[in-house]
Design a protein around this ligand. Sequence first.
Ligand code: SAM
Length: 197
Amino acid sequence: MLQFYPVIPPHPILDATYNAGRFWAGSTRQVVSMDIDPKYKPDIVADNREMPGVKSESFSVVVYDPPHVGPQGRDKSTKRFDVDFGATMECGKQQDWTLSYLYPPFLAQAKRVLQQDGLLLAKITDMVNNHMSRWAHCDFMRMAEDAGFTVCDLIVKVRAGPMTSNRWKTAHHARKRHCFWIICRNSSRCERITRSV
Ligand SMILES: C[S@@+](CC[C@H](N)C(=O)[O-])C[C@H]1O[C@@H](n2cnc3c(N)ncnc32)[C@H](O)[C@@H]1O
């Protein structure tokens, strides 16, 4: 994506939900890391809905991979979702059972810190919560447009694996084996403007 989409040089990059920085394993790109949780030792410990101290128009690319499930208090699995995937943000009745309330304040900050024509690359996963599918990727695209971005593309990334589990006793929704990469440009259009001379 960083070879294909940029119309301005794709640096510096802000990863606004850095965690362990898995996206950048083996990469030589210079990435400024931000996370709300100091234990990941990011360059900037901050809430990406506020980004205090980050200068306006200072990044060419912002990368966003927010939590896509709520706290897994009753999850007895050894995967430790809460710790490993930052599944710590509330998404109960008060939040209308979704995490989409995180997006508008983040989008306003992403818009502020991005240069004109810069890119916002967001990895968004839908979820099932309180017996309903919650279409986070639809919310994100609508909210990104409301924030003044142009949504350029929606890429579906699919993992191998079964749609169901034989450990499930009752199932109403298929296992999520996919996520979406949403490519947004800080511009009123997606394509490079070619000026005639
Ligand atoms: C799904 S993980 C990101 C994984 C990461 N892309 C990687 O490759 O390792 C989500 C991260 O977002 C962080 N996070 C959640 N809410 C945040 C917020 N409001 N501001 C900054 N970071 C936040 C969590 O602490 C967690 O580390």
